[in-house]
Design a protein around this ligand. Sequence first.
Ligand code: SD4
Length: 334
Amino acid sequence: MKRRNFLTSGALNTLALGFGLSGLAKPNLNLSSSSKSRTKKSKASGPVAICTWEFTQANATAGKLLDEGYNALDAVIQGVAVEEENIKNTTVGKGGSPDREGNVTLDACVMDHTGNCGAVMCVEDITHVAALARKVMEDTPHVILAGEGAKEFALNSGFEAENLLTEASEKAWKEWLKESKYQPIINIENHDTIGMLALDAKGNISGACTTSGLAYKMKGRVGDSPIIGSGLFIDNAIGGAVATGMGEEVIKTVGSFLIVELMRNGMSPQEACEEAVRRIVTTNPNHVNFQVAYIAINKEGETGCYCIHPGFKMMKYEKGANNPIVAGSYLQKN
Ligand code: SD4
């Protein structure tokens, strides 16, 4: 049975635990051995898992793992892996849209509760780039590996190379080539990057963000998603945030770091997400032409989400329930 079908058949727990912990080489998602021990609940109201967009299955995978006592880092890596291997998702992992020259290049990062982080940029032929970012974090003296070097490291670490350009993505790219007009479409083209945050039973927070970036980007373009502080930031004493949408705008405002700092200064996750969106729209009149959305969580397990244009949702898993939350939007409100 294919993994996806198996997941939806209700055997989620068994599967999610099985494919990491039995040490499967493909994909090597590298669950830490320490995560096998069950943990006691802390004062924090975890476990909670949230992710960008309506990725029900990915978020449920993370949530179930947290309920089983696995740590936040393992939960987010396993959760986002569901979308990385979903070939129907054209902005994450396998099946992602290529750049304008036909190369699928992936970006990802992870950050854990100790403040450790890892990232990979512009990686070709490797599906599970969030797991690869974790490898960079855990097995190298560096934070970021890019391009060929990242791929080489992946292959040496047991990841398998595969062609990420699916027939459907290739067909869409060839169609795009006819006009070669670069115009990301709000909530359509740039609507699928998955960023996920988890608060585990010990009260620790980790996050992951993984994407193929904007469709038909220039060769070599890197967005916010693998940039710590922009696409993702965690401070375990405060909370975490993750971004989706037009990466250039997130980078200019260091969005995720900003949200965590705003929470440090007393804002709720919701207030902090709203302020980070406001920073973009008040400085860039062109915001009517692009989407940016943020989600955030604090140490108490409170969450927030906000975006520029209506149409963004966050998934939230808490106490066994996994529900979509419709985000408020700047342009709807104002
Ligand atoms: C990027 N932020 O590469 C990503 C794209 C994205 O939903 O999030 N799409 O700019």
